[in-house]
Design a protein around this ligand. Structure first.
Ligand code: PRP
Ligand code: MN
Ligand code: MG
Length: 182
């Protein structure tokens, strides 16, 4: 039988480390929004779904869940920064608090686009939460309000993160073996 972990060179962040961090983030978010009404948690498909589903179960205040799916134009490694909406929100966020949940912030282009797009809809506030941040890769400035881990510029997959749509179901964050993408 083929195992999804076979292509992993090194476990970068374990299941236990992730769960501890998710609990901590959930507690912080619940505290910060404690008295706010109408918090809408927006998961960014597809990468964020595993993190999102663990995170919301550590948030103890009432929330609404919604999703967006976006894609960068072109297939270049060097993205143009133009982003296309594949699936938009179903709810109206006007006058609501919004928390965008991402799996990773890399160049920052996706999050920058999302922030600008959602801010134009007159929400009460928009904040951002990501499990992983690769600060070395940043090309545009974006504010990350809740960050799980800063990671080095390595080829990571798992816990929602893919390479060519694979490895999202790996339960930890791993570094891909070069032979898997060469
Ligand atoms: C990945 C990741 C973030 C984005 C980060 O999504 O999930 O959404 O790239 O990169 P950036 O900071 O350079 O914009 P991807 O476009 O691969 O789609 P996916 O979530 O469906 O895998
Ligand atoms: Mn994504
Ligand atoms: Mg991807």
């Amino acid at each position: 039988m083929v195992a999804v972990g076979n292509d992993i060179q090194e476990k970068l962040i374990s299941e236990a480390e992730i769960q501890e961090k998710v609990k901590e983030l959930g507690k912080r978010i619940s505290g910060d929004y404690g008295d706010a009404e109408n918090l809408i948690v927006v998961g960014i498909l597809k990468g964020a779904i595993i993190f999102l589903s663990d995170l919301v179960r550590e948030i103890t205040i009432p929330i609404n869940l919604d999703f967006m799916a976006v894609s960068s134009y072109g297939t270049n490694i060097h993205s143009s920064g133009a982003v296309r909406i594949l699936k938009d929100l179903e709810v109206d966020i006007e006058d609501k608090h919004v928390l965008i949940v991402e799996d990773i912030v890399d160049t920052g282009l996706t999050l920058k686009y999302l922030l600008e797009n959602l801010k134009s809809r007159s929400p009460k506030s928009v904040k951002t939460c990501t499990l992983l941040d690769k600060p070395e890769r940043r090309t545009v400035g974006v504010k990350v309000d809740y960050n799980g881990f800063n990671i080095p510029d390595r080829f990571v997959v798992g816990y929602g993160l893919d390479y060519a749509e694979r490895y999202r179901n790996l339960p930890y964050i791993g570094v891909l073996k070069p032979k898997a993408y060469e």
